[in-house]
Design a protein around this ligand. Structure first.
Ligand code: NAD
Ligand code: UD1
Length: 336
């Protein structure tokens, strides 16, 4: 029996594959390489000593996906594949709806045809929208403020409807908070295309000299030092959360939303200061107006993951930043 990992050469997917290989799982990766490279596969092999089956295919391609399920004995799917840049999603919304929503529907149709009804889906804390107060709990109302967030919310709703229509589906809808860090080997990590949108890749590219300075979006929030507070989670903890979710799928009936966060909040300036200390590099920054769509404070209530999956995050901020820096300084130009 094999696990199909869509988007498995991407940032979170590759870390999850490493954790699954440690448990001797058979892995089939499907990725169209729109935001990743096959060099990741060499690094995965270097870390684990194991190989995976890699298929270059698009989840929107029904025929190709059908062939994957015909040729491999898949018993569960972890579905990471998707476009994820919030700003870009407002510029090219149709690409986001097509790739993320239509792609997921195609994948689900092929899964149903092959009687594979075990799924772990990459959702996001973005589905909590702007109107809930942290700590965020899975039962809170959901909403979206940009096309990317809409795609996550639409897919979640599709999954709830699907599970209601057919009780044989087991779906874990994992709502990630802010994944950062890298594998402790320094061999795999986040490798954004172009100028990063998210805080940690931006800060690490400033530290390594690829970008001149950080812009801090707002210092007048009602937080510890006026800058935005988020729940940063080590990507390896997140990966382990997926392993636990796959193992517990048989105990989940229907579609279950589950937060994966630490439950702690850290401000932008706290990140900058820790990064400066750990890397020994200067991180010049200037304070800019607030970024549209940002809110002051976002952090998780992680009790459901703890109770249902027996999971909690184990790596602290120091490990997250140390590992981010090791990856960035060893690979200043990513995988190239
Ligand atoms: P990533 O871009 O590194 O990985 C996604 C992978 O999917 C890439 O390798 C890309 O080539 C592939 N892909 C995209 N569209 C595809 C398609 N149509 N067919 C096949 N492959 C396709 O992103 P990531 O950070 O690893 O994120 C993984 C998932 O987690 C995404 O769905 C993302 O929306 C979600 N997520 C990420 C974050 C985050 O901060 N990184 C937060 C919340 C949710
Ligand atoms: C962003 C997305 C969210 C997505 C998440 C993870 C927006 C509005 N939200 O969330 O949908 O799920 O990434 O991919 O884009 N910051 C700076 N300077 C920077 C970058 C960020 O000060 O150059 C600040 C932000 O204002 C925020 C914090 O750093 O307070 C974290 O930002 P970011 O990494 O972009 O994550 P989110 O805003 O939480």
């Amino acid at each position: 029996m094999s696990l199909l990992i869509t988007g498995g050469t991407g940032y979170i997917g590759s870390h999850t594959v490493v954790e699954l290989l440690a448990l001797d799982k058979d892995i089939v990766i499907v990725d169209n390489l729109s935001n990743s490279s096959t060099l990741v596969l060499d690094r995965i092999k270097e870390i684990t000593g194991k190989t995976v089956t890699f298929i270059k295919a698009d989840i929107c391609d029904e025929q190709a996906m059908d062939q994957v399920f015909s040729e491999h004995n898949i018993d569960a799917v972890i579905h990471f594949a998707g476009l994820k840049a919030v700003g870009e999603s407002s510029e090219i919304p149709l690409s986001y709806y097509h790739n993320n929503v239509s792609g997921s529907v195609t994948l689900l149709q092929v899964m149903a045809k092959h009687q594979v009804k075990n799924l772990v889906f990459s959702s996001s804390a973005t589905v909590y929208g702007e109107n809930n107060e942290s700590p965020l709990v899975e039962t809170m109302p959901t909403s979206a403020t940009n096309p990317y967030g809409q795609t996550k919310l639409m897919i979640e709703n599709i999954l709830f409807d699907l599970a209601k229509s057919d009780a044989s589906w087991s779906i874990a809808c994992l709502r990630y908070f802010n994944p950062i860090g890298a594998h402790e080997s320094g061999l795999i990590g986040e490798n954004p295309n172009g100028i990063p949108n998210n805080l940690l890749p931006y800060v690490s590219q400033v530290a390594v000299g690829r970008l001149p300075q950080l812009q801090v979006f707002g210092d007048d929030y009602d937080t510890v030092d006026g800058t935005g507070v988020r729940d940063y989670i080590h990507v390896v903890d997140l990966a382990i959360g997926h392993v636990k979710a796959v193992e517990k799928l048989t105990e989940i009936s229907g579609c279950k939303p589950i937060n994966l966060g630490t439950g702690n909040g850290t401000s932008v300036l706290e990140i900058v200061n820790s990064f400066r200390e750990i890397s020994g590099q200067e991180i010049p920054y200037s304070v800019q107006p607030r970024r549209a769509g940002d809110i002051a404070t976002v952090f998780a209530n992680a009790e459901v993951a703890n109770k249902l999956l027996g999971w909690h995050a184990q790596r602290d901020l120091n490990a997250m930043i140390t590992d981010t820096w090791r990856w960035q300084s060893n690979n200043p130009n990513g995988f190239e």
